[in-house]
Design a protein around this ligand. Structure first.
Ligand SMILES: [Cu+2]
Length: 304
């Protein structure tokens, strides 16, 4: 099992990752290895801030880490049968054209069990292309979780249906790990991605803050970094990032994803979401936030 705790602070300083203090000695790091289609992951973790490294260097497809916290009385088996099963039925009907996009919400409510509202997505995505690794740091309360990949195969099958899912129990024991002190800040505004950083090759850590709309809801729930080529169509990437599209998150990916995060239960401005990634070569890149069709929210830039 590739679980290890607390890389030494000196090692981190030597490669210039964190503004390190003695408290950072207890950063809790877990490596999750992705395969097509499986995760190698621990069965049990302590509660608190956990840094997950998604190692996608052994797989041939793009993958993600999605953490769903299960309702207390529900087993992982029930979650797979009744909850994931409902989404599988919906997806088949949607792909067959029997359910339209506008009808998804009504149909999935018919299919899902009564307890479905109790499933909480504490953190998702962080799409990572094959050959890459990326990190994110997530706060986990004690409880039962499912670690899933919701990306779809070329045939439109959810990776988790092919086995890319693991149960993880978060115990009452504390990870004794501090909230990350990321070196860079990203603020997601309604029409702007505000990134405060030095765009250069190397390892970069980010805290993501999300502004609220007039009703108090977060204006966005995701951000990713992609490497672009001359023919990369960012409108196409935006459309592809929408799971609720027949071709959404379905192989092949239209861009090279370095990492990022999605968060569904975020509180605007109050708590940050954390991720880190490695920019391994100069070139053209883009920060992209998946937004509704016809809208655009990205920043393109060059790494010299
Ligand atoms: Cu996957």
């Amino acid at each position: 099992m590739n679980t290890f705790k607390s890389l030494s602070c000196l090692a981190l300083i030597s490669v210039g990752i964190w503004g390190c203090s003695l408290q950072d000695l207890s950063e809790y790091r877990v490596e999750i290895t992705a395969y097509d289609y499986a995760f190698q992951a621990p069965e049990e973790l302590p509660a608190g801030w956990i840094t997950f490294i998604l190692n996608n260097e052994k797989a041939h497809e793009i993958h993600e880490l999605s953490f769903a916290r299960l309702p207390e009385e529900i087993t992982y088996g029930e979650y797979l049968d009744e909850y994931v099963g409902a989404w599988e039925i919906l997806l088949k009907e949607f792909q067959a054209g029997e359910v339209k996009r506008s009808g998804i919400s009504a149909r999935i409510n018919e299919l899902l069990p009564d307890w479905a509202d109790g499933v909480k997505y504490v953190n998702a995505r962080g799409l990572v292309s094959p050959g890459r690794s990326a990190e994110k740091t997530v706060y986990l309360e004690p409880g039962s979780y499912a670690l899933d990949c919701w990306v779809k195969t070329e045939d439109g099958i959810i990776h988790l249906s092919n086995g890319m899912t693991r149960p993880i129990t978060v115990t009452d024991e504390s990870a004794n790990s501090p909230e990350p002190s990321a070196e860079n800040k990203i603020t997601l505004k309604e029409n702007e991605i505000d990134v405060q950083w030095n765009a250069e090759t190397g390892f970069h850590s980010f805290a993501v803050l999300i502004e609220a709309d007039s009703s108090g809801s977060p204006v966005h729930n995701n951000i990713h970094l992609i490497k672009t080529e001359e023919n990369t169509d960012l409108n196409e990437v935006n459309t592809w990032m929408d799971w609720y599209k027949v071709g959404g998150l379905r192989a092949p990916a239209p861009a090279d994803f370095l990492g990022g995060v999605s968060t569904y239960d975020a509180t605007p401005d109050e708590s940050a979401t954390y991720f880190s990634l490695e920019i391994d070569e100069p070139g053209e890149y883009a920060w992209i936030v998946q937004v509704a069709d016809g809208e655009q929210l990205w920043n393109t830039f060059n790494i010299p």
